[in-house]
Design a protein around this ligand. Structure first.
Ligand code: GDP
Ligand code: IMO
Ligand code: MG
Length: 430
């Protein structure tokens, strides 16, 4: 058995949560491998809507095992809020969710530092989610972090030392920390709540599961273009969102990676600052935003919208070794009479199909224009019902991207999902 990975190919919010939930019946275990509560993964079924931040999206289907891996950063307070809200709606997770002892904790001071560092950047703000992600990973890499396993012994000394360091930085930035006492009291309380869950060396459990023949789906957070190494640096998140992050974030060998599901929207969005070559500032962009309800699942921030960018997508497919594609939010383009897809950039007067070092400055997208389907896709149940123009759009994408599109999503609900059976060489999905 191998670990299949599902990850975002754009700038996040591609619809990962929905598809992990759809694929969960085919797996024994679902595991998050990176990121933290900066994620907002939305699932809709039977008239209910849930937004998950730290908890894997495999918790709603038939008592599957869920794991928060070592590459994740956890804020105990936000985790408790999330878990308690789920318990209140009948989803008690204490027996079905294990947390890696090696996952790092997001401290209250990390949140303050996130805000302070953003304030200090002036015009160069990243537009972070403000959840303390960057500072928590900074401490991890600089070997000053506190891990979940530390809750069980030696916590106080480590915590006080970290807090003192953070307060000194906040003072040097002249950033107020008046609220810290209140934040800290709630946070320490939530730390106790974390102990109700199995705190384990999850890499051992995952590798044992693999030996026992259990199937595992790894759920990515954010997207490839937000990856700390390969994204649009410095306007990125602080973890490896790419497939390699699954190996380091779960403790599995690259040999053990199976399918790599790359998920993308039929168009493109980005929230926060940074380059976005195909961003639209016209009525088409407004229409995508309106039809796609493009507002952040957690922060409510308006997402920037644009046409699909095949230059960036090809780059993301290459970095991740994507074996199967999943196209989301096809229905959002239902009303367009034509749809554009960016196939190259003109940078400083020269056309290129290579994703550049910095996708900013004098950059013009080169578009191919395809006819829209102008039919409602939301009720479509099988690929036989796809309009001709929609099939043409799919064929065009598959030809350009050289990877089959195996799933098409036509609405937010679990049921609004179509699995395609292509004749191309790729294994069965579910
Ligand atoms: P994630 O972070 O990748 O899990 O994605 P988000 O949950 O942040 O954002 C995706 C949004 O699109 C959510 O509001 C979903 O309910 C919604 N969504 C997912 N798939 C579809 C779809 O096919 N059509 C439409 N209209 N909405 C979708
Ligand atoms: P999901 O998993 C979209 C963006 C932020 C900001 C940058 C850095 O729901 O797809 P951070 O708080 O991580 O330091 O912010 O990354 N960002 C996301 N954008 N979806 C996400 O997660 C994101 N997580 C972070 O907006 O630009
Ligand atoms: Mg999201």
């Amino acid at each position: 058995m191998k670990v299949d990975v599902l990850l975002g190919l754009q700038w996040g919010d591609e619809g990962k949560g929905k598809i992990v939930d759809v694929l969960t019946p085919a797996y024994d275990v679902i595991a998050r491998f990176q990121g933290g509560p900066n994620a907002g993964h939305t699932l809709e079924f039977e008239g209910h809507k849930y937004v998950l931040r730290s908890i894997p999206s495999g918790i709603f289907q038939g008592g599957k095992m869920n794991i928060i891996g070592s590459g994740v950063v956890i804020d105990p307070l936000l985790f408790r809020q999330e878990a308690e809200a789920l318990a209140a709606s009948g989803h008690d997770l204490t027996k079905r969710l294990s947390i890696s002892k090696k996952a790092h904790l997001i401290l209250p001071t990390h949140r303050l530092l996130d805000a302070a560092w953003e304030a200090a950047k002036g015009d160069g703000k990243i537009g972070t989610t403000g959840k303390g992600i960057g500072p928590a990973y900074t401490d991890k890499i600089s070997r000053n972090g506190i891990r979940v396993g530390d809750i069980l012994h030696g916590f106080d000394v480590r915590y006080q030392a970290a807090k003192a360091k953070h307060e000194a930085i906040l003072r040097s930035l002249d950033y107020p920390s008046d609220d810290l006492d209140r934040l800290e009291a709630e946070w320490l309380d939530a730390l106790e709540y974390l102990k109700r869950f199995d705190l384990i060396d999850s890499e051992n459990l995952i590798n044992r599961y693999l030996k026992e023949g259990k199937s595992i789906l790894a759920e990515g957070a954010q997207g490839t273009m937000l990856d700390i190494d390969f994204g649009s640096y410095p306007f990125v998140t602080s973890s490896n969102t790419v497939c390699a992050g699954c190996c380091t974030g779960l403790g599995v060998s690259p040999h053990m990676i199976g399918q790599v599901y790359g998920i993308f929207k039929a168009y493109c969005t980005r929230v926060g600052s940074g380059p976005f070559p195909t961003e639209l500032f016209d009525p088409a962009g407004e229409a995508i935003c309106r039809e796609g309800n493009e507002y952040g699942s957690v922060t409510g921030r308006k997402r920037r919208c644009g046409w699909i960018d095949l230059v960036a997508l090809k780059y993301a497919i290459m970095i991740n070794g994507v074996t199967q594609l999943i196209m989301m939010k096809s229905d959002v383009l239902d009303a367009f009479d034509t749809i554009k897809a960016c196939v190259a950039y003109v940078i400083d007067g020269r056309e290129t199909t290579a994703f550049p070092y910095e996708a900013a400055g004098d950059l013009e997208p080169v578009y191919v224009e395809l006819p829209g389907w102008q039919t409602s896709m939301t009720g479509v149940k099988s690929e036989d019902e796809f309009p001709e123009e929609f099939n043409a759009y799919l064929s065009f994408l598959e030809e350009e991207l050289e990877v089959p599109v195996r799933i098409v999503s036509v609405g937010p609900d679990r049921e609004q999902t179509i699995i395609r059976y292509t004749e191309q060489d790729c294994p069965d999905l579910i």
